[in-house]
Write a new protein. Sequence first.
Length: 675
Amino acid sequence: MPEQRDPSPYDALLLLSFGGPEGPDDVVPFLENVTRGRGIPRERLKEVGRHYFLFGGVSPINAQNRELLDALRKDFAENGLDLPVYWGNRNWAPYLTDTLRTMVNDGHRRIAVLATSAYASYSGCRQYRENLADALAALQAEGLPVPQVDKLRHYFNHPGFLRPMIDGVLASLAELPAEARDGAHLAFTTHSIPTAAADTSGTPADHTEGGTGGAYVAQHLDVARVIADAVREETGVDHPWQLVYQSRSGAPHIPWLEPDICDHLEERHAAGVPAVVMAPIGFVSDHMEVKYDLDTEATAKAAELGLPVVRSATVGADPGSPRPSASSCWSARQPSGAAPRALCAGCPRREPRPVPGRLLPGACPAPGRRRSRLARPGRRRPRLSPARRPLPPDPRSIVPDPLQTDAAQTDALYDELLDVALEAAHRAGVLLRDGRPADLGVAATKSSPIDVVTEMDLASEKLITGFIGERRPDDGFLGEEGASSAGTSGIRWVIDPIDGTVNYLYGLPSWAVSIAAEQDGEVVVGVVAAPMRGETYRAVLGRGAFSNDEPIRHRPAPPELSQALLGTGFGYLAERRAAQAEVVRTLLPQVRDIRRGGSAAIDLCDVACGRLDAYYERGLNPWDLAAGALIAREAGALTGGRPGRSASHELTLAASPALFEQLQPLLDELGAWHD
Ligand code: IPD
């Protein structure tokens, strides 16, 4: 569908950043903000905060943002651009919502957003967009006008971003002892992220040659190659280089991008290189990761090895960048009607939740496409070569043009379905969480007088089907509260507007919105939003499962059935319950314990993320299980029914493979599949 872009002028720029503590007392509250919803214990946060305490509890990022703000304001003034610049953060004051509120109260209605993150990925792009969406929703709830907000594109390959980094590497080489300089190795570093997150940061069309990695890796490789080539051109020396990673966190069993910089230094030292330049291309300024992980930890490692290292400067408020990116919104002011190329595409198509109606979709310049020549006004760093030429276009730009293969089309379809499902589930979740009437009562009953429907089930289903219907008018529906249509596209949405209705009715937190998309009868996308947990689980067929931005895996099977924690549920008919109680009576003495959470969708996600060893239930409907079962499978669990059969109304079982093999025949024998 052709993009409709609003050519009317922007009236303000928002510098959107991560935020950081400004003193020791801020450190733990700041980290609580960063990790909200993930349930990380305070003790662990204190441990992580150790890095900040070494620097007096002050993150360098705030000072750098103030410097950048000044640079932007000066730049705009010098260029006669009357565009006020504001600053808001995701995780610390000044908070994004407060800044947006001020901007709206100051009369701004069309706002360009420059994020201090240059690359694709969930944390580097979409999370910013989601936070913008949440902030806009908060303004709306306060009855304020909601401005149009456009996030500028990833600027990793913007000449104004590349040029200072090239200069930084040249300056670092100049600092090395002359005898080590020519043989120096360039280690381009960026933040490690889980490999699953890297793989979903872009479509295959954005992948590197050879098809490895997602857009996150591809964009960094692109930048590294441009810098290495420019350095070669300007020094006449072909320095070997590699993209490496730093600042890994998360559970050790989850694979993250490697090699780590410290391992890399060891390996380079063993290979006999005389010196290394560490170039933190993944960081727009001297974040704590640069100050601690590189300047402290990696530098100490190099000292231990006796390997000379120099860390090259980050871009910061260099007069060349990211100012050009910001001033792109100037060109977007021209009322030509042409799509302003500086606007953010969102991260490549796998970025699932677009901001409702306010952040423009559409094309970033394709990552790695031919770059414009790097003419840059004014440089401040030392040069090695007096005759520096602008960088020529890179003929080996590593990210190919999109291939219109079937696989790419399927991928793009799944991306879209995931986008739609996440947004619909998010909207319904907010409605249910914030709009639950205190006097909520039963609106209707279904299979029995205790199988209830509330007015909120109906409102949620209406919202979801309305939203999806607008985005994908040709799709079919199967909803718990009656939505039913075949559609013509081959896609059918299977919706449980509240799974765990009885919990919801009683004000218990374990309820969810469950949305699955089937393609020709096979579930290809599943989203389960559990707002009271602050968690949204999602999976796309073949791409793994996630809780918020973290990849999830089932728990390894316990050595004995007696150590397994099972979840189950009961139907609403007395006769069925009597049969189910019989099964529990036999099973309970054989296992660690049995939980009855009250939401099948959440139970399945609990298997997916290792909070339950297994879950079984008879009598589920398609909407109860479609999304959760895909999420469980994509997290490595097995799902099924009676031996040889799929999960269904008759019986649904989900468990890690070894436990599944034990439980399936046992449940069959116990008659868990009949009343
Ligand atoms: C119910 C829940 C419950 C399960 C029931 C389902 P609903 O869904 O998933 O945990 O035991 O079988 O019907 O009615 O709340 O959407």
